[in-house]
Write a protein that binds this ligand. Structure first.
Ligand code: ADP
Ligand code: MG
Length: 263
């Protein structure tokens, strides 16, 4: 019995060392309440550098809340949440520094309507990263090329299609050179014919090794680009698996029901 106990401890220690070196994002027993409402329930989840994790689940299951905890747009009630080994909710954590490292793209693009595409992208690099106007412009053009619309640099957001605006929003985040990109249903507000161009940009980013957490209902993208699928329902992670496993052989009844409705 004694012997068994020791080897268990050893395994735990080795696991801890490995965890510390690889995890970019780590949720340990994280809970969150909105008042009495238990929106995140004992979340345990780790994401490695360069991994693409796709979060799926019914509306209201807590997907956005989970994502927003990562850059502290929401605070957790208890548990441990770290990003690059920094405790997100520690009072000593420099929240602005944390957020600079994490890009976020929402359903609605939130571009500044009275600024050009170029100005939208260079604003934070100039004001926050203290880049020169020239350097910021160079960086902005690099990312506009990357998302396929360098010719729109002088346009205003209202002159662009939804898909183009969302690509500008992605370029704007990338210009801050984040380690992590969070996507919260980035294609849900788009006309169907524009979904593909945004997913293509995300696919390229994934291939280049960006660490990404993506909430989406685009199951084709999840299957093709996701390294891991996390299925969440009523604030709980019910299933976590590689895409083939999840889509071909979901274990949980609620995951089966969800997939039968969405596919
Ligand atoms: P999802 O993104 O999966 O649709 P959300 O994380 O947005 O889910 O929301 C999960 C649940 O928490 C929903 O029932 C929602 O109504 C509730 N909720 C979200 N934000 C708040 C808030 N600020 N205060 C109270 N309840 C909220
Ligand atoms: Mg949501």
């Amino acid at each position: 019995l004694e012997k068994g106990k020791h080897s268990t401890n050893l395994v735990v220690i080795v696991f801890e060392v490995v965890r510390k070196e690889n995890d970019m994002i780590s949720f340990e027993q994280v809970n969150k309440y909105y008042g009495d409402f238990h929106v995140l329930n004992d979340i345990n989840l780790t994401m490695n550098d360069g991994e693409v994790v796709v979060i799926i689940g019914p509306s209201g299951s807590g997907k956005s809340t989970l994502l927003r905890c990562i850059n502290r747009l929401e605070t957790i009630t208890n548990g441990i949440l770290t990003v690059n080994d920094i405790a997100v909710n520690d009072k000593k954590t420099d929240i602005n520094k944390l957020r600079r490292n994490i890009g976020m793209v929402f359903q609605h693009f939130n571009l500044y309507p009275h600024k050009t595409v170029l100005q939208n992208i260079t604003l934070a690099p100039i004001n926050v990263l203290k880049q020169s106007a020239e350097e910021a412009k160079k960086t902005a053009m690099y990312y506009l090329e990357k998302v396929g619309i360098p010719d729109k640099a002088s346009s205003y957001p209202s002159q662009l299609s939804g898909g183009q605006q969302q690509r500008v929003a992605i370029a704007r985040e990338l210009a801050m050179k984040p380690d992590i990109m969070l996507f919260d249903e980035p294609t849900s507000a788009l006309d169907p014919e524009m979904v593909g161009e945004v997913l293509d940009v995300m696919k390229t980013l994934a291939k280049e090794g960006m660490t990404m957490v993506v909430v989406t209902h685009e199951m084709g993208f999840a299957k093709e680009v996701g390294d891991r699928i996390v299925f969440i329902d009523q604030g709980k992670i019910l299933e976590e698996a590689v895409p083939v496993e999840f889509f071909e052989n979901p274990k949980e009844e609620r995951a089966k029901v969800f997939l039968s409705r969405i596919l």
